[in-house]
Design a protein around this ligand. Structure first.
Ligand SMILES: Nc1ncnc2c1ncn2[C@@H]1O[C@H](COP(=O)(O)OP(=O)(O)OP(=O)(O)O)[C@@H](O)[C@H]1O
Ligand SMILES: [Mg+2]
Length: 258
């Protein structure tokens, strides 16, 4: 599909152990430029570990990875200039207004016209009306949008979102999904982690399932669905849900490793 484009993110044989605990056992993944890939896995599968390695916060024990064409091991400075990372908990300052938070980050990055950058991002994230209010008065969804907006200052080509909607209510999740879709629509490459199957289903162009240290399935939702035959229910063909696919793959894998 995007076989001709150089991947925006590429992982090959990535391994990582914490002491005795071997978390990553050879992770391979390609993320095409401008696409959204969801890294799906249970608690403790190693999703955050993958993100922290790509963000140069952690060193892999083996394997290679590139971000925006730059090699993690030999070009870490260029890698750091290529991405922004939004962690699970919002990094916004409660006492400042939304606009002040954005201006502050733009100033810290030594960008010209921080006020204009802030106003542009407030508009893009539907926060213009709330821009002058203290963040302490924002809803969870608004904070999350502001957090993502802050991470976009300086236009990084790649964005890592570690569980972008954990703890948000359904409406706020929808808002964040829209934001992420819009980002990818404008050419930003998004690698996000999630434990929510519906999030992966709604948001991602491709879904990679991380289980027992490896990517055990990787494809579009339609491709993953083809892994399971449709179930026949009272003459109505019922497509398997991502949840059924996930449990089927993970369950099968569990049995094998016993
Ligand atoms: N610094 C560390 N030292 C020791 N063990 C760690 C460390 N960081 C993570 N682990 C362990 O490695 C495994 C993978 O952790 P990781 O945070 O990458 O998982 P995750 O897929 O992000 O999980 P979650 O869905 O809960 O966020 C877990 O068993 C975790 O306890
Ligand atoms: Mg995690």
């Amino acid at each position: 599909m995007t076989a001709t484009a150089t991947p925006a993110i590429q992982l090959r044989g990535l391994e990582k152990a914490y002491g005795e605990l071997q978390v990553l056992r050879g992770v391979d993944l390609d993320v095409a430029p401008g696409s959204i890939v969801a890294l799906l896995g249970s608690n403790g599968a190693g999703k955050t570990t993958v993100i922290r390695i790509l963000a140069t916060l952690l060193t892999a024990d083996a394997g290679t990875a590139t971000v925006n064409g730059f090699d993690l091991a030999t070009q870490p400075a260029q890698v750091r200039e290529s991405f922004s990372l939004t962690g699970q908990f919002a990094a916004v300052d409660e006492i400042l207004s939304g606009r002040e938070n954005l201006v502050l980050v733009a100033k810290l990055r030594h960008l010209a016209a921080p006020g204009a950058i802030a106003d542009d991002l407030l508009a893009r994230f539907s926060l213009t009306d709330a821009g002058g209010r203290k963040v302490s008065t924002y809803s969870g969804g608004m904070r999350r949008r502001l957090d993502i907006a802050m991470s976009l200052i300086g236009d990084p080509p790649v964005i890592f979102l570690d569980e972008p909607t954990t703890g948000l209510d359904p409406q706020a999740r929808l808002e964040v999904w829209d934001t992420v879709k819009e980002l990818a629509g404008q050419g930003t490459t998004v690698l996000l982690t999630t434990q929510y199957l519906d999030e992966a289903e709604q948001l991602a162009d491709r879904i990679a399932i991380l289980h027992e240290g490896r990517i055990i399935a990787d494809g579009t939702l339609a491709e993953l669905k083809r892994l399971l035959p449709p179930a026949e229910v009272e003459y109505v063909e019922k497509q398997p849900t991502l949840e059924q696919i996930f449990l089927s793959i993970v369950g099968a894998d569990r049995k094998e490793s016993r």
